[in-house]
Design a protein around this ligand. Structure first.
Ligand code: FES
Ligand code: FES
Length: 912
């Protein structure tokens, strides 16, 4: 980029062709590429130079297209990832390497990553890891934990041959080719060029009364199409995800309860909406005293956010067994502590976005979501329309992690399409996304644990307050889950755990990988280290002594006779634990300023809804031409559901995974596979896929009159079967096709067996748990307070690894998020509302990760498999905090442990 721009030029070269766009003053290159030239492989994650998703090459140099004025590109050569893939063999090889390594999960960061990597590889064909980290340091990924991206760029060994895709085989993501080719359409990629847009008007205050003046007149004068307010809602102006807690308005009326809450929306041309100054709108705001922490919200002076929720208490959860007070009284040692955590932002690179249109008097909503059928139900309530008049067709999802379970853009899109009758689109700015989306619950936990002289846990008393923000969202789920999980995966006979969700004037806290369990694990796993130290026991062996085993009751009185794999996870860490502790001792003997520490922690997570029905349905069919079709409605948000569900179906049917044609989620044509949350898709939808595969196979065998163990060979127009009696052929064209064109079909549902919890929280909340244990090695700069993770070893009991490459990818991504929560991430309304001030881990922050897969089969899991999505970050933060304590002798009681907090703790000699 040293060559001066030729301002007089009117054209540029884009991917080998000449373009001559008409520019508007101040237009960004990203805007011209995407919105004038339709080059939607250029992604927008922040529009501010922070995420790198928009990276393109300008005369061979990587730049953020969102920071580059379009006129500066005139006369230059612009290459996007699609152009590189088409014209540069090096890029095509890199795309294959990304695919082979599973380096694209949701895929939204992949264009920026690949463009940056091509620039590096052109200069340095065989880069070192540090060179890769330097070159890709400006591109953020929230899914992968970066390790597989590094491997892909360095061309490390990977999947070479594509296996059949039976359970247990590492195959490439079945939807990966489109991702590395940047052909996948996310929420902001589906609308036609030039269609109307929606801009949501939001409260600038945490709490404010407001009056909307003549917004219609303002809009008319400014040339907008229309406005939307609460008056446009024909149904109910409320939504929510838990029955009985639908308390969040689409548009606030009279009072806004958090900064960023929607009060109205403008619909109009993109260019005009961009110029709007929200301060110029006819809305009169009166700021009111706000409660922005749970102590203030529970004070006598605090305003009550919701009728019927006295003292701003939304709800609570409770589990008890045995006699915890008596046990604590007789314990040989007891330890206690107060642990706090802040809001954590999901930080997916794709902001909430979508498109809606009217089709034959029906409203059709295309948006990024984790829960299409829940979206349909929510829209039905808001729009006051029968569900037959609504269709939800999810786009690809550029990361979700829980926040895209709630309605976001969908109501505004649907209302605008219905009111104007025209296609409309919306994409939240990064700041809007961060202001209005749900967050991980801040927590304030006090915990007391005892142990007897033999090192067995003896009494456990947990009290947790959770800031659930202005509206309920998934707060009730967090309140219920935490007491069930707060013991960790250990035998605790005498136990009490109480949790309370408290409303504040903060953004709604909702679902975020773990539903409150990562917060409670910090308290429990930190105090387990303290107990071991008090008793003079090894911290890992102390955990192994107390680990749950087959046949031992959980704190809910649930007994699993099989499948409890936490001890195996902990034992798998023993070699690294011994060697890393020894190495740390050697290191610390020779280093004064930097100190090394090793920490360990375990975790567990119940897969699926807590004691509630949780069904998934998967449909399949065969067309006369022999095409095998799987209606797969389990949203793939990067975690790999499209691949894993297909693996399970193909294995049950006896086909190759790459023979299956997927029909994705669409409320018109794909049955409800439930929401992608709570680590349920591999377990629940996976079981439905297995059943569907088995049922389709049974139908084929019956039709062909062949043996149960017959080998099937699916070919064009025919199925060939071989059994002991010989070879058989079924001519598919000879069969009658049904309304959907299938000659054979199956549709099966699976709902995990659970039992309700009684008033003491005793029951069977989940049909299966997954287990994990992490070891973290850190170096702490004792002068600066900086913490540098240097290695992780992660052991995960997944029952059966359906696809080991995808398991590793989940583990890496979860560790990166756990690291962010532990060391750097805190969302503060009004202060960290962008990816410049809110820091998430970059490629330079993630050290090597060793993944150890433990397979303790689960009787309920498909082929023994367990869920994994949430488990992957639960032990990470406490393992890091325990490593910091080991390195420094100082315990941190609050996350994130940012350098200033660590520094203060080191100076004070006590936990921050
Ligand atoms: S969109 Fe350009 S850096 Fe984020
Ligand atoms: S794969 Fe990188 S953000 Fe999702």
């Amino acid at each position: 980029m040293n060559k001066p721009f030729e301002r007089a030029a009117t054209t540029f070269h884009l991917n080998g062709r000449e373009e001559a766009p008409v520019l508007q003053p101040g237009q960004r290159l990203s805007e011209v590429l995407r919105e004038t030239l339709g080059q939607r492989d250029v992604k927008i994650g922040c529009d501010a130079g922070d995420c790198g998703a928009c990276t393109v090459l300008v005369d061979g140099a990587p730049v953020c297209a969102c920071l580059t004025p379009a006129h500066q590109a005139m006369g230059r050569k612009i290459e996007t990832v699609q152009g590189l893939n088409a014209h540069d063999p090096l890029a095509a090889r890199l795309a294959q390497s990304f695919l082979d390594h599973g380096a694209a999960q949701c895929g939204i960061c992949t264009p920026g990553m690949m463009v940056s990597a091509v620039a590096l590889l052109r200069e340095v064909p065989a880069p070192s890891e540090d060179q890769v980290k330097d070159a890709l340091g400006g591109v953020l990924c929230r899914c992968t934990g970066y390790r597989k991206i590094i491997d892909a760029v360095m061309d490390a060994p990977a999947i070479s041959e594509q296996a059949a895709g039976q359970v247990g085989e590492a195959i490439r993501h079945l939807d990966g080719a489109d991702k590395v080719a940047a052909k996948v359409a996310y929420g902001d990629d589906v609308a036609p060029l030039g269609c109307l847009e929606v801009r949501v008007i939001r409260s600038p205050y945490a709490r404010a009364a407001f009056e909307i003046g003549d917004l219609e007149a303002f809009a008319r004068a400014a040339g907008f199409e229309t406005v939307l307010t609460a008056a446009d809602i024909a149904g109910q102006n409320s939504f929510g995800v838990i029955p009985g807690f639908e308390d969040q308005p689409v548009f606030a009326q009279d009072e806004a309860r958090f900064r960023g809450e929607a009060v109205a929306a403008l619909v109009g041309p993109r260019e005009q909406l961009r110029l709007i100054d929200p301060g110029a709108l006819p809305i009169r705001w009166t700021e009111l005293p706000a409660a922005q922490d749970i102590d203030t919200a529970q004070s006598a002076e605090a305003a009550q956010l919701h009728e019927g929720r006295a003292n701003n208490v939304m709800c609570g959860g409770f589990v008890t067994c045995g006699d915890p007070e008596a046990a604590l009284a007789r314990a040989h040692v007891t330890v206690e502590g107060r642990f706090q955590s802040g809001f954590v932002e999901h930080g997916y690179i794709e902001p909430e976005a979508g498109f809606a249109q009217m089709v034959n008097d029906r409203v059709e909503v295309h948006a990024c979501t984790q829960a299409p059928v829940m979206d349909l139900e929510g829209l039905e309530r808001i729009l006051g329309l029968d569900r037959s008049r609504i269709r939800v067709i999810p786009t690809a999802v550029g990361g979700g992690f829980g926040a895209k379970l709630d309605l976001t853009v969908q109501p505004y899109l649907a209302l605008a399409a219905l009111k104007t009758g025209k296609p409309v689109r919306v994409c939240y700015s990064r700041t809007e996304s961060m202001q209005s989306s749900t967050k991980r619950h801040p927590s304030d936990i006090t915990l007391r644990i005892g142990a007897d002289a033999d090192g067995k846990i003896c009494g456990f008393d947990f009290r947790g307050g959770f800031d659930t923000g202005a509206y309920a969202s998934w707060g009730p789920t967090v309140a219920n889950r935490v007491p069930v999980h707060a013991s960790g995966p250990y035998s605790v006979a005498d136990y009490i755990a109480q949790s309370t969700g408290i409303h504040t004037n903060n953004p709604p806290a909702g679902a975020f990988r773990g539903f409150g369990v990562p917060q409670s694990a910090i308290a429990q796993e930190s105090l387990f280290d303290e107990l071991a130290e008090e008793l003079g026991l090894d911290a890992l062996e102390f955990r192994i002594t107390n680990a749950l085993t087959n046949g031992a009751p959980t704190v809910c009185g649930q007994v699993f006779e099989q499948g409890v794999g936490v001890k195996a996870c902990l034992e798998a860490l023993r070699p690294a634990w011994i060697s890393e502790r020894a190495e740390a001792e050697t290191f610390n003997a020779t280093h004064k300023t930097r100190k090394r520490g090793v920490g360990v922690a375990a975790g567990w997570y119940g897969c699926g809804n807590t004691s509630l029905p949780n069904p998934s349905t998967i449909k399949s069919g065969i067309r006369p031409d022999g095409t095998l079709v799987l209606h797969q409605g389990a949203m793939d948000i990067g975690q790999g559901a499209n691949t894993v569900i297909t693996h399970l179906f193909a294995t049950a049917l006896g086909a190759r995974a790459d023979q299956i044609e997927l029909v994705g989620a669409d409320t018109d044509v794909t049955p409800d596979a439930g929401k992608t949350s709570a680590s349920r898709q591999t377990f629940v939808s996976g079981n439905a896929a297995r059943l569907s595969g088995e049922a389709l196979r049974a139908a084929i065998l019956e039709r062909m009159n062949v043996a149960q163990d017959a080998a099937l060979d699916f070919r064009a127009g025919a199925i060939h079967a071989t059994d002991a009696a010989g070879a058989h052929v079924l001519d598919l064209a000879s069969l009658d096709a049904d309304d959907e064109g299938y000659v054979l079909r199956a549709s099966e549902t699976y709902d995990p067996p659970t039992k309700p919890l009684d008033t003491n929280g005793q029951g069977h909340p989940y049909a299966q748990f997954g287990y994990a244990a992490h070891l973290a090695v850190v170096e702490v700069d004792m002068a600066l307070g900086t913490v540098t993770p240097v290695r992780f070893v992660a052991a995960h009991d997944v029952g059966k690894a359906v696809n080991p490459t995808l398991v590793e990818g989940q583990v890496h991504g979860g560790i990166a998020q756990g690291l962010g929560m532990a060391l750097m991430e805190e969302y503060i309304p009004g202060r960290t509302e962008n990816l410049h001030d809110y820091l998430i881990p970059t490629i330079g922050d993630i050290p090597p990760i060793e993944t150890i897969i433990i397979e303790e089969p689960d009787a309920h899991g498909p082929y023994g498999a367990k869920g994994l999505g949430e488990h992957v970050l639960i032990p990470t933060a406490p393992a890091l905090l325990n490593a910091i304590k080991h390195a420094t002798g100082v315990r941190l009681y609050k996350v994130p442990a940012i350098p200033s907090a660590v520094h203060a703790a080191l100076k004070g000699g006590a936990g921050a």
